[in-house]
Design a protein around this ligand. Sequence first.
Ligand code: ADP
Length: 345
Amino acid sequence: MIELEHIIKNFQADTNKNISIHAVNDVSLKINDGEIFGIIGFSGAGKSTLVRCINLLERPDSGSVKIDGVEITKLKPRDLYKARRKIGMIFQQFNLMPSRTVFQNVAYPLTNLSKDEIKNKVRELLSLVEISEKENNYPSELSGGQKQRVAIARALANDPTILLCDEATSALDPQTTGAILQLLKDLNKKLNLTIVVITHEMEVVKNICRKAAVMDHGRIIETGDVFSIFSNPKHEVTKNFVRTTSNLSKLEILLRENSPMVKLNPGEVLARLIYIYAEVSEPLISSMSREFNLEINIILADVEIVSGIMIGGTVVIFKGDRENILKAFEYLKARNVNVEVIKGC
Ligand code: ADP
């Protein structure tokens, strides 16, 4: 278990004026073994600094970091070295050594092993991250996704129990991001690896984390299971974060630009439907269309399954008998879909 208690980390912004930046400001957090935990927030919120405090890449000014009950902030250098070997880390820019091959990069952290043991271990790791065929290639010969696979293999060299991922997919395209996230999920299951993911991308958190903490100005402002954070954000910053990263936020742009996509004919209604704990068992739009004899045109959609439950929403234009449209609204509300009429009706 990772236990952070009252972590404070300040940086000197300007030595002349003696201004301090409170990068991490009194953060306490517990992350259980085997969890995939997300730390999310806008850029500059303090996520990277906080995660670097977990392996003491940044020494907190005050507060304690406990790993499996051991307060590593108090360990002597030799014991700290050992403790840190059990915490792997990967980065946005992969941080591979360009003049070494894939094999040599992964072998780098393996000390105190014979040549044969190193060979076996590296091959096992490369197979685990499915990149065995690139063993003799140099980083410059690999794609971004392949580089991150090598970085993951290297991070796992000393059989860590914790893997810290600092914006690990931010430099990758969506498809490669998906593949790396799937690999992290598999490793979490296979190795019971605790994974801490820092990201400014909602998609990443939705995809792999069960629990998350939201940071703003060095503090944790909201924490809980990812589903609750997304479906019912409490803090204004979290609401803003969820809104700005949703595809539905494009509606405001379409309305402002008076786009033909949101122009209504007489009798049409433009509405935003937000699913909270919605029934996934039935196809809502098509069954509603049939039942109330409506034409329903989807303008925007951002629906996700988080922890097995549907969240998100759609922006739609209803066309049909006014009374039937109102009945459809009741039908949706009865299924936990929040209906917000934007215009028409
Ligand atoms: P995030 O990861 O959420 O983008 P960071 O932890 O990188 O945020 O940064 C938090 C704040 O601390 C920012 O204002 C950043 O400029 C500042 N900061 C981070 N590292 C340093 C440093 N080494 N020196 C000075 N300021 C820093």
